[in-house]
Design a binder for this molecule. Structure first.
Ligand code: SF4
Length: 308
């Protein structure tokens, strides 16, 4: 049978970042080093495939420390935890290992420093995301204010002495809009966001390929903040037909009329095997030609956390 041609542009970089690799390795090493059971509080990273693989290896995922016995081993996820969770772990004499990404920890330190200097932190981020809950929980209630939209800046007290921090996985452009509104209210603020290198690089890559693509798949979980931002960036930059998928089973390969160029990227918590599976499946339907985007691969590694 004659197959139609399909060009696939793969974003570089895509998929796992240094913080995610470190968090997964932390769980794997803990499973080797400590007696059963090894608990992980919250999904270690937001990806079902990764979590399922770690479950197969023996990790037990929980949401709250009340669910586990005193003196157990528990790993905190890459998103970070509020101080109250660390205190709770101490009161239960847990062997806790903190896999919070070092770049999230950097934001925690800033917020604590602001508090010590009587400065109110404004956190630009998404309500209820675990990273935001963790960052808000570094200081007492009221010492940090969450802002998710430009309109929310209007409600802020102009007389406050403030500094701002951001969630690490936001859209660079959206954050810049909120910053401009903050700057009007607090003219002394300087633009300096905490969006991490991995988020920035993946957004830059998808921004570059978006105008060339008829369709873009972002491989990632529905609760992965950085993956959802990649879809938004693709749409805003010229590819209206961009969507989030968890794996190749969600693709309707018969729905490719008028699609000649397909772009693919993956959020920072999505493993490369999910992309390999898409490419394998695509070969059943099309003559595919693969092109890599112009970006650079990342080669950063973070040291494993204490206790591992
Ligand atoms: S996306 Fe950024 S902040 Fe999150 S784990 Fe990766 S490097 Fe760390």
């Amino acid at each position: 049978m004659n197959q139609r041609n399909l060009k696939i542009i793969l974003c570089i970089p895509r998929g796992f970042c240094a913080g995610v690799t470190r968090a997964i390795e932390t769980v794997e090493k803990a499973l080797e080093k400590f007696d059963y059971p090894v608990y992980v509080r919250h999904e270690i990273v937001h990806n079902k495939y990764v979590v399922d693989k770690l479950k197969e290896k023996g990790a037990i995922f929980i949401e709250e420390l009340d669910e586990i016995e005193d003196y157990s081993t528990v790993i905190f996820s890459a998103h970070g935890v509020p101080e109250s969770v660390k205190s709770h772990a101490n009161s239960k004499h847990l062997n806790s290992i903190d896999a919070t990404c070092p770049l999230v920890e950097k934001v925690h330190k800033k917020v604590k420093r602001n508090f010590e200097n009587n400065i109110t932190s404004i956190l630009i981020g998404h309500k209820n995301h675990p990273e935001v809950i963790g960052t808000m929980g570094q200081v007492p209630h009221g010492a940090i204010i969450l802002v998710s939209k430009v309109q929310e800046v209007e409600k802020l007290d102009p007389n406050l002495n403030v500094a701002y921090v951001t969630q690490t996985t936001l859209s660079v452009d959206e954050t810049s809009g909120i910053f401009k509104a903050l700057k009007q209210k607090y003219p002394y603020l300087k633009e300096d966001n905490d969006i991490c290198f991995a988020t920035t690089n993946r957004q830059k890559a998808v921004k570059e390929i978006a105008p060339k693509c008829d369709k873009i798949f972002v491989v990632g979980a529905p609760n992965s903040s950085n993956s959802k931002r990649l879809v938004e960036v693709a749409i805003e930059n010229g590819c209206k037909n961009a969507c989030l998928i968890q794996n190749e089973s969600e693709i309707d390969w018969n729905d490719f009329d008028n699609i000649n160029v397909l772009g693919i990227t993956a959020g920072a918590s999505a493993p490369e095997i999910l992309i390999d599976n898409i490419l394998k499946k695509a070969k059943n339907y099309f003559n595919i030609e693969i092109e890599n985007s112009d970006g650079k691969e990342e080669n950063l590694n973070f040291k494993l956390p204490k206790g591992i």
